[in-house]
Design a protein around this ligand. Sequence first.
Ligand code: SAM
Length: 322
Amino acid sequence: MKRFRWRPKMKFGLGVLVRLAFAHCVSRPFLPEVHLSSGMTRSAMNKSESSSVATARTYYNSSPADKFYFAIWGGNDIHIGLYDSPTDSIAEASQRTIKRMAETVPNFSSNTRVLDLGAGYGGSARWLAHRYGCKVTCLNLSEVQNERNRLVTNKEKLDHLIDVVDGDFEHLPFENGSFDLIWSQDSFLHSSKRKAVVSEISRVLVPEGGDVVFTDPMAAANASEEKLGPIKQRLSIDTFGSQAFYEQEFRRHGFEVVSFKGHRDQLTLHYSRVLKAIEGQKEALAKDVPADYIEHIKAGLRNWIVGGQEEQLDWGIHHFRR
Ligand SMILES: C[S@@+](CC[C@H](N)C(=O)[O-])C[C@H]1O[C@@H](n2cnc3c(N)ncnc32)[C@H](O)[C@@H]1O
């Protein structure tokens, strides 16, 4: 498999300021000063990197975002959890999502070559590698998260199974037919080119017998543009994906729709839990994360919660097969 070569163009030493524009759950006007750690490099991943990709990358590389996600999710996952009981922790529920997704894949084995798109800190990759002994390639545009991923993966002695690649899922740096399973959790919402993402998935998946399993916060079937407008504006995205969009796009590339297991209630529950966790860890968070950042996160979370409650948003596990 051809590895993507990362050729840094500019070096950003300590003290270089990056202006942020948006986040998964942060409102748009939040523009904190962010210091990339010394030795941290910023690459032009791809000359055709879209502005939504550049924005997501800047955001996830930022120190407040990194510290916030690390503190709340525990350094493994940054995705919506599946809660069985009100006492489940965010980490437990997040792992349950991974397990439930993995169970949808038939014949998952040590021979299954997995590509995780937007892999975050690599928690899912490590879970899968531990559980099945399979090889997982983590593709993620945040170099800060990728560094954390490599460190923990090394600590858990999984380097022989997990490869962490700096890259953008709108332009995958892999040869055709390189993977048996494409996996992704709550990452495609950041793309303004979801058709290109599906096309790239189709290209790098084996032509026959390949599976695609992913989750993504989406627009609900009967969502009103008026109600989604402010949510999209706060996220700096023009569109959300939807179940109908993904089904149409994957069918166009010769996939069959195996299943969609909808869990909109879990989206609402999860973001309510994150909001509660912020309150619970207020003092500890305040040491590392600026107060205005936390306030903007909270406003973004309330948006998600209302969007779920008003059935404007949807979330669940997609499974496509070819
Ligand atoms: C909400 S986090 C989910 C992380 C991980 N999937 C998990 O479940 O823990 C979204 C992730 O998508 C990544 N991402 C966003 N846009 C991307 C792109 N165009 N290419 C690669 N990764 C991207 C971010 O860097 C971030 O790691």
